[in-house]
Design a protein around this ligand. Structure first.
Ligand code: CP
Length: 308
């Protein structure tokens, strides 16, 4: 049985099945017909991921065991493993975990009898963000294969960059990286181009913030936008149908001009909206794979109004 650690563990067919399921949840309500508990163990700050898991869990009818590491027994020295085992012992059926360590799952693997979903692992992987990005691109273009996609920003410290670079390549996109000196990641064997070239040739420009919390020294950002970011002048040189993405949080005026955050090309808030349905689909996929639910035996209710 697999924990949901990386999009790379999925076949192309499994990725598209989850995206189709997420799309179906945008049109059709689904509600589990058994009592199940999900625990959200966040050891790093989060707004979007934690709250969209919360909304996704409420939409599915999952009971949420909320957890705040700063007021938990972690402060008394309890390990991640013992925290996870505690939630398993008290009846959680699913764990959603974000942790600053790159390899926190190694501490849990093969030692838990409930599934774990990776909600962010250090600078290694952020697979649920990746899946919502794939859904946003797929909905925009109707395909991923053949697209040219630039990932621009602090590649070296970004788990989103790593997850997306691997998954987009797997699905047949051509991926370019663009980064300021020192923000490149040699482990990703992809071509680096300038932001000026990226905006002219790419269908998607995916911006990343500078991950100050993972730097030893705070980076200087006064001329970052002009040199490496998406300015209004660069936006004007993008292809007619090209879109702007960003996993957020955004540092307005650093990696992107503030007036572009909600411009016609921006899908930034669409990404957040898609995050709810993708996370519903991922939880259903994992619960089904672990035999905790039988997807053929759940209540589905058609909605006459938009499912918001
Ligand atoms: N994109 C993302 O992971 O945002 P949060 O850190 O707010 O969850």
């Amino acid at each position: 049985m697999r924990h949901f650690v990386s999009v790379n563990q999925l076949t192309t067919e499994e990725i598209y099945a989850i995206l189709r399921k997420a799309e179906s949840y945008q049109k059709q309500k689904v509600m589990l017909n058994q009592q199940l508990f999900a625990a959200n163990l966040f050891f790093e700050p989060s707004t979007r991921t934690k709250m969209s898991f919360n909304v996704a869990q409420k939409k599915l009818g999952l009971e949420i065991l909320d957890f705040h590491s700063e007021s938990s027994s972690v402060l008394k020295g309890e390990s991640l493993y013992d925290t996870a085992r505690t939630f398993e012992a008290i009846g959680s059926d699913l764990l959603v975990i974000r942790h600053p360590s790159d390899h926190w799952l190694d501490e849990l693997d093969n030692r838990l009898s409930i599934p774990v979903i990776n909600a962010g692992a250090g600078k290694e992987e952020h697979p649920t963000q990746c899946m919502l990005d794939l859904l946003t691109i797929y909905q925009e273009f109707g395909c991923i294969e053949g697209l040219k996609i630039a990932i621009a920003g602090d590649i070296k410290h970004s788990r989103v960059a790593r997850s997306n670079a691997l998954a987009l390549q797997k699905l047949g996109a051509t991926v370019f990286l663009t980064a300021a000196p020192g923000f490149e990641d040699d482990e990703l064997e992809l071509p680096y181009i300038s932001i000026d070239e990226a905006v002219e040739i790419c269908d998607v420009t995916m911006l990343l913030r500078i991950q100050h919390e993972r730097h030893l020294h705070k980076a200087e950002t006064s001329d970052y936008l002009e040199l490496y970011g998406l300015t209004e002048e660069r936006e004007k040189r993008m292809k007619e149908q090209a879109i702007i993405m960003h996993p957020a949080p955004i540092n307005r005026g650093v990696e992107i001009d503030t007036d572009l955050v909600e411009c016609r090309r921006s899908r930034i808030f669409k990404q957040m909206e898609n995050g709810v349905y993708v996370r519903m689909a991922i939880m259903m996929h994992v619960l089904n794979e672990w035999g905790i639910i039988n997807e053929n035996n759940i209540e589905k209710r058609y909605s006459l109004i938009a499912n918001r």
